[in-house]
Design a protein around this ligand. Structure first.
Ligand code: DC
Length: 337
């Protein structure tokens, strides 16, 4: 199925105005995409809450678009979002090969910059600051990819541990690199980290791999290899990337940059809960010390350290809920779209 999107605005919640605007929008969508009525399998409208949900659906029927199931719903309000906006989603059976054109009229703009341009969201910050939780929600809501760059360094760390190589030993790590095969694959939207052909997505989450990843990631040769892969992925499609140096080094031109931080105790508590949920028992104080040591190591390494990019927005999540963090970030993104 292929989806064609469109949107328009009206000056007020007036039936005649809405009927005319919907008609105009549908006409252009059909014309520009050379669409036939029998190619449309469903018509979905979503409206800002200042418009009566009944009007666009009624308008579409009155205009003769009664050949497919029709649905209209009110959108949650977004700070900084447009007023009196009608969004359209046509579900069609066009094949993917046909390049569809999305139509935006009367000042309406896409909330989904992913369908108009490739854009990246860089989320940097120390361990346990909540980056990955936030990144997953953003990626889902904006329908873009989530690239967990830490997983790639974890795979490098795991390889060293498995081969009995000390992650600190630059020479030994360098020798390991030509045989290091790290790949990122996506299944049902979920990232899988593949090391030498094996899916290590779970194996890299154990606590000892965290420190090995931090140590091994300090070697420039390792970073150069990983950063190249990250840039290749992010250059081709819109994604949210989380890591330590995304906004500063990997993608200095990322459209949206955030530095997510929190008090180290709070971060340790979050990691502690996460590990417990995965069935791993660790001592809290040891975990806290490890997090502090990892922050120090990640921030003090010479090559591409953990740093807040000059143009990143700092979000301290110490006293914030996940929903509050998401709302803050989305508001910031929204004002820049
Ligand atoms: O985000 P994480 O805890 O999964 O990352 C594991 C380690 O990998 C982290 O301590 C430092 C390193 N890392 C990095 O140096 N640069 C990144 N972009 C991501 C992670």
């Amino acid at each position: 199925m292929t989806v064609i999107r469109g949107a328009t605005t009206v000056a007020a919640d007036k039936k005649e105005e809405i009927v005319n605007a919907v008609k105009e929008l549908l006409e252009e969508v059909f014309l520009v995409n050379e669409l036939q009525k029998d190619e449309v399998k469903g018509v979905v409208f979503s409206l800002t809450s200042d418009i009566h949900a009944y009007h666009p659906a009624k308008a579409a029927r009155e205009c003769g678009y009664d050949f497919a199931p029709l649905f209209a719903a009110v959108e949650p309000d977004i700070d900084g979002g447009l007023k009196f906006c009608i969004r359209l989603m046509l579900l069609t059976d066009l094949t993917k090969e046909k390049n569809v054109k999305h139509i935006y009229q009367k000042g309406a703009k896409t909330l989904r910059t992913d369908i108009s341009e490739v854009f990246n969201v860089a989320l940097d910050g120390p361990a346990g600051s909540g980056k990955s939780t936030i990144a997953k929600v953003l990626a889902k809501d904006y329908n873009i990819l989530y690239l967990d760059t830490g997983a790639m360094y974890r795979a490098c760390g795991l390889k060293a541990l498995r081969e009995g190589i000390d992650p600190k030993d630059g020479e030994a790590v360098e020798k390991m690199l030509p045989n290091l095969d790290v790949k990122v694959e996506y299944r049902e939207g979920k990232q899988h980290t593949i090391l030498d052909g094996e899916d290590v997505s779970l194996a890299i989450r154990v606590n000892e791999v965290s420190m090995a990843a931090s140590t091994i990631s300090a070697h420039p040769s390792v970073r150069i290899k990983m950063v190249e892969m990250q840039r290749e992925i992010a250059g081709n499609m819109s994604c949210v990337l989380d890591g330590r140096d995304i906004g500063s080094t990997v993608l200095p031109n990322a459209k949206f940059k955030f530095f997510i931080t929190a008090d180290s105790k709070v971060r340790a508590e979050r990691r502690y809960k996460e590990l417990l949920e995965r069935g791993q028992t660790v001592d809290f104080d040891t975990l806290h010390q490890e997090i502090v040591a990892r922050d120090k190591q990640d921030s003090e390494r010479e090559f591409s350290p953990l740093v807040c990019a000059k143009d990143a927005m700092v979000v301290d999540t110490t006293d914030m809920t996940v929903d509050e963090v998401i709302a803050t970030i989305k508001k910031a993104i929204q004002t820049k779209i």
